[in-house]
Design a protein around this ligand. Sequence first.
Ligand code: PLP
Length: 409
Amino acid sequence: MFRANESYLKLPGDYLFSEIAARIQAYGQRNPDKAERIVRLGIGDVTLPLAPSIVAALHGAVDEMAAAESFHGYAPDLGYDFLREAIAEADFAARGARIDSDEVFVSDGAKSDCANIQEIFSADARIAVCDPVYPVYVDSNVMAGRTGAYCTVTGLWSDVVYMPCTADNGFAPELPDADARVSLIYLCFPNNPTGATVTKRQLQAWVDYANEHGAVIVYDAAYEAYISDPELPHSIYECDGARTCAIEIRSFSKNAGFTGTRLGYTVVPRDLRDADGVSMRDLWARRHGTKFNGAPYIVQRAGQAVYSDQGRRETCEQVAYYMGNARIIREGLAQAGYEVFGGVNAPYLWLAVPDGMTSWQFFDTLLESVQVVGTPGAGFGPSGEGYLRLTAFGSRDSALEAVKRIQSM
Ligand code: PLP
């Protein structure tokens, strides 16, 4: 009889958002009159429609697909040059970072890349993650059999190095001890879930650490568009020496509303080589070519439109709209006496729950008493206990309404 992959069987419990959905559903069944009132600031999904320039590019590309002379079949595995060149120029060269277009690998989004990147590293690679953390980094390594045993009491894996991000360290992780022997470090700034950011000097210290200890940083910059402080780095390649130790993952989901359209990319520089001189860029190209058949032509044309003058203006306006929500939530909750972090250069707010409550208890309290939904911090890791994540991705009305209701509690 066949057997399932035993690494998959190690994955604990329900995915965080399934549990949240189940609690909302149960609440709605018990209180049908209040179900319609629920304001959802839980899942980090955008709500504004695609910008006009992006929609126009989609329409144009669909029309091309309708004519034999301009029809496109399989896309190049690694992405169309028109998009890779636009990315290399606008996201890197314009910020003083040297990334060639053939070091850019276009994909169907950052989630797949975050989950798949571990495949090109050795089975005994030791991973380090922030705690709390976007769950995909750890779960994909669990599936690959790299994380050891799970402790149901602590919620931690025996072979993973956790880097606590707490109010005491400004939600910026500290460098692991040298004897931790980490080889794959996942960092995400602006951070999901805490909304924290790092300065260029802080990020440079990570790059120096990785180069010194022979580690690789997987830098998830899915939220870089939300940075408004000119002192903060948008890309890890703004740091000296990052080309020999860093992979960067980007998404079109949150800067341009592509959560349902699907587009992202990963940068693997030529200079990133393992202990034997193996080119990680070439390995990723090999992996991509074997397992991925390219993002759709029409979607890559839409991605190109994001970099046009009009596309930039329109997507910046969308980001500004969400950041307006973030300000309303941050200031409104601070006025109500809550301690709130994030929400300045990030679309996430990290709310300290009232003393004596766990984050799930506070989640239930908000749902039951004012029908506002957030995400319990404990769902992102043990150091997330005591916090609730709120997102700025809803409508202006939902941000205003949520604040009004929480203030009334
Ligand atoms: N990385 C982080 C930190 C995220 O929060 C998300 C989505 O919420 C992703 C990656 C996934 O992005 P995409 O929609 O491009 O798959």
